[in-house]
Design a protein around this ligand. Structure first.
Ligand code: GP0
Length: 791
């Protein structure tokens, strides 16, 4: 390993050990590790061909993979080797690992789920490709200026990406615009624009199993580099125009999470990567099959939300226009290959494209969508329509073109059946199924929490890493005093390390014995960071009123980004920072209450915060969070949840036991009922003196003394509509927080509850989720039977 690294340093980086920077060392290490994956990767591909296996194609606009180096090293079991080699070379392993920038090619849960799924697909040995976009700029970088969010472009590709292989030979033309000709029963699309999709492959190797899949990301390139004629004529701008146009397609990730920005470029991005992926999988299929009617036996295409929903009409177009299959046969054939995952009920996130816009960019697809619509109406008169009020509704399109539609938690799936797709569900009663989300234990315990990982492994071996249900054996340890002490110590160490980091990066001193209470996720009204903050102010008031009470010291940690155009979310960020400024400088609550909000929350920061958390905030308005996956990461790492009966919280609570979970708030049914009452927010505020006082303080400018009107909009919103029922759940939330305070006072009991959380989270492994998809949706199997750990 040492020689390999030095060779790479010399011949790939062109440096010798005396002049190498951290970057050089990191690249040398990464390339050396990557070399070790290649054989496994090739062999898996060959085996999948040899067995003529069904392949899974996971189409996703987002893959929030974060840093890869630790995953790669640990899945290959190279930790000791790499550490040892670097020590011999006088280098610091941790410094090198931390040098890798996050690949932030996603907004939040949806993109992170796709990344966890890639890890599980490889670990289960299921032949699979992840298909997405190689954005030049991932999710924006966040900083705060006077408490306000500032966005700057993210630049992960300013450096070479160590893990990818460019595939200049894997290139497909992608067309847009123009018009369609129908001649002698033959249809021809004459597009007006064309770009090339070039593949970049990142191998994804499973845990200890020598199976490798591929994450294939597409980058857009111009068809011809530049127009020499125009250049020679002196028209320098025109010479580069087609190039500029092409490059914008894969330039930047849209930063809107669960909101539909409806932009033309977004539609082009969606079609771009979907069409490239379909051409790629068709080429692979046709290499050793000639009967397209067998396609569903070999190809399973999973649509991660509606973003790739154009795959339905695109696959039909390819089958009909390029391979001469009848439309009537092509539609069910495409459907048998396609399945769709719904991730939200929020109406603003259900994509719609103006018929006019879609028809201008994809004229042939609009024709096909009309035929799909007619077919559906003929077979199921009165079916909900894809085309309505001049819009193409992508949810309906995805549903109608999928053989299975899944929700992402038990509650969410029931709500999908009752609300958004109620009418389609009546027509197709077996199509909607549930697959509760999961998380990969490799990243979210094994790699991010070495203290706890070693403790568990010492107690029971490392079988749990690929079979997380084994953690139930830990339940017996709650009476083992030595174990429990070590369990508590590992949490304490993580909190001390986090405190150091926060001291260095935010300049705030924390007490590692205080309760670390953490809410990290996108800033959104339905996730109710505002309610958490109001509770913090209320607690501060109570602490000041009763200074002699034995208060449980708290550190409130927030993390998350707001979509740049989401003004209410940005006001909430500013309010958190303004309140922090006041409370953190108040001598009256010193040592008892602190608020920290480190900027630029990302996957790597989550890996730091989650292992150091005591309390996990999962407080969305019931019925709004489809699943949540952060909730699972916290519980796995021994944090207790304070939460509503929403998304996967419901199932987490069932698994860990209601006595190990701080429940509060209205249920989804109660939320819907409450909204019927006129003036529910005002009534709730009037019934809560504590809340009234907090809102009064904010409205008076207590936290913005030089700009007292700053939060009138926020307070006014709570009084006047409060769609997400912050006011209605406030008192119940405050009470649950005080129950948490009391429980924390008994450290041993708290640790026992935390252990019950870790020990009960086995079911939430994404390995379990992927087995569910493989069985209920894809009918896909690992070609190496021995690797099917479910057997
Ligand atoms: C859902 F619709 N989610 C969307 C979206 O546009 N982006 C996104 O991240 C999330 C849900 O909000 C979730 O509840 C869920 O767990 C996740 O998708 C994966 O299913 C929490 O992030």
């Amino acid at each position: 390993m040492k020689d390999d690294i030095l060779n790479r340093l010399q011949f790939s980086l062109g440096k010798d050990a005396d002049h190498a920077s951290v970057y050089d060392w990191r690249m040398a290490v990464s390339l050396t590790v990557r070399d070790q994956m290649v054989d496994t990767w090739f062999n898996s591909t060959k085996e999948a061909y040899a067995a003529s296996s069904k392949r899974v194609y996971y189409l996703s606009m987002e893959f929030l993979i974060g840093r890869l180096i630790e995953d790669m090293i640990s899945n290959l079991q190279l930790e000791d080797t790499v550490r040892g080699a670097l020590t011999d070379l006088g280098q610091d392993f941790d410094e090198i690992v931390h040098d890798e920038p996050d690949a932030a090619l996603g907004n939040g849960g949806l993109g992170r789920l796709a990344a966890c799924f890639m890890d599980s697909l490889a670990t289960l040995g299921i032949p699979a490709f992840g298909y997405g976009i190689r954005y030049e700029h991932g999710l924006f970088e966040q900083s705060f200026a006077q408490g306000q969010q500032v966005e700057r472009p993210e630049t992960w590709l300013n450096q070479r990406h160590a893990w990818e292989f460019e595939r200049p030979e894997v290139q497909f033309p992608i067309c847009f615009g123009g018009h369609v000709d129908h001649h002698d029963g033959k249809t021809t699309w004459h597009p007006s624009e064309k770009v090339l999709a070039t593949a970049y492959d990142t191998p994804v190797i499973g845990w200890k199993n020598e199976w490798g899949n591929t994450l294939r990301l597409w980058s857009a390139e111009p068809v011809s580099q530049f127009d020499l004629d125009s250049f020679n004529r002196g028209d320098y701008l025109a010479a580069g125009r087609s190039e500029a146009l092409a490059r914008t397609i894969s330039r930047v990730l849209y930063p809107d999470d669960t909101t539909d920005s409806g932009k033309e470029l977004r539609l082009k991005q969606e079609y771009f990567f979907t069409a490239a992926s379909i051409q790629d999988l068709m080429r692979r299929y046709l290499q050793d099959h000639d009967d397209l009617r067998q396609l569903p036996e070999h190809v399973a295409i999973q649509l991660n939300d509606t973003h790739p929903a154009i795959a339905g009409p695109e696959l039909v177009r390819v089958l009909v226009d390029e391979h001469g299959i009848d439309m009537a046969e092509a539609i069910p054939l495409a459907r048998a290959c396609l399945a769709y995952t719904n991730h939200t009920l929020l109406p603003e996130a259900l994509e719609k494209w103006g018929e006019w816009l879609l028809g201008r960019i994809l004229p042939r697809h609009l024709e096909i969508i009309r035929i799909i619509e007619e077919t559906q109406q003929r077979e199921h008169p009165g079916s909900p329509r894809i085309l309505e009020h001049g819009d193409v509704r992508m949810g309906e399109l995805a549903f109608i073109m999928a053989h299975k539609v899944n929700g992402v938690s038990a509650l969410h799936t029931e709500l999908v059946k009752e609300t958004v797709f109620a009418d389609l569900h009546r027509i197709h009663p077996t199509r909607i199924i549930n697959q509760t989300n999961g998380i990969t234990p490799r990243r979210w315990l094994y790699n991010c929490n070495p203290g706890l990982r070693d403790l568990i492994t010492d107690a029971m071996g490392d079988g749990w890493v690929a079979d997380l249900e084994q953690l139930t054996a830990l339940k017996a340890k709650r009476d083992d005093a030595a174990f429990m002490q070590a369990f508590q110590a590992s949490k304490r160490d993580n909190k001390a390390a986090l405190s150091n980091w926060i001291g260095q990066t935010c300049g705030i001193a924390l007490d590692p014995d205080a309760m670390f209470d953490v809410q990290i996720k996108r800033i959104h009204e339905y996730k109710r960071q505002l309610m958490n903050l109001l509770e913090t102010v209320a607690l501060w008031n109570d602490m000041r009123d009763n200074p002699d009470h034995d208060w449980t010291p708290r550190v409130k940690i927030f993390g998350g980004k707001a979509a740049p155009g989401y003004y209410m979310a940005k006001d909430i960020i500013r309010l958190i920072n303004d309140v922090a400024e006041v409370i953190n400088n108040d001598p009256a609550t010193k040592g008892r209450l602190k608020i920290v909000y480190p900027p630029n929350y990302n996957v790597t920061m989550a890996e730091r915060l989650i292992p150091a958390s005591d309390l996990s905030e999962q407080i969305s308005t019931a019925g709004k969070e489809a699943s949540g996956t952060g909730n699972m990461k916290f519980a796995l790492n021994g944090a207790l949840t304070i939460g509503t009966l929403d998304g996967a919280n419901v199932e987490i609570r069932e698994h860990v036991g209601s006595e190990n979970f701080f429940l509060f708030g209205l249920t989804a049914a109660e939320v819907m009922e409450r909204r019927q009452h006129h003036g529910y927010a005002r009534a709730a505020i009037e019934a809560s003196p504590r809340l009234q006082r907090v809102l009064g303080q904010i409205a008076e400018g207590r936290f913005a003394p030089h700009d007292t009107g700053r939060y009138h909009g926020v307070v006014g919103m709570l009084y006047d509509h409060d769609y997400f029922l912050v006011t209605c759940d406030f008192d119940s939330y405050f009470d649950a927080q005080r129950r948490a305070d009391n429980a924390y006072q008994n450290a041993d009991n708290w640790a026992a509850m935390a252990l019950m959380n870790t020990a009960s989270m086995g079911w939430f492994s994404s390995d379990r989720t992927i087995k569910g998809y493989a069985r209920d949706i894809w009918n896909a199997h690992p070609p190496r039977a021995a690797m099917d750990r479910s057997a």
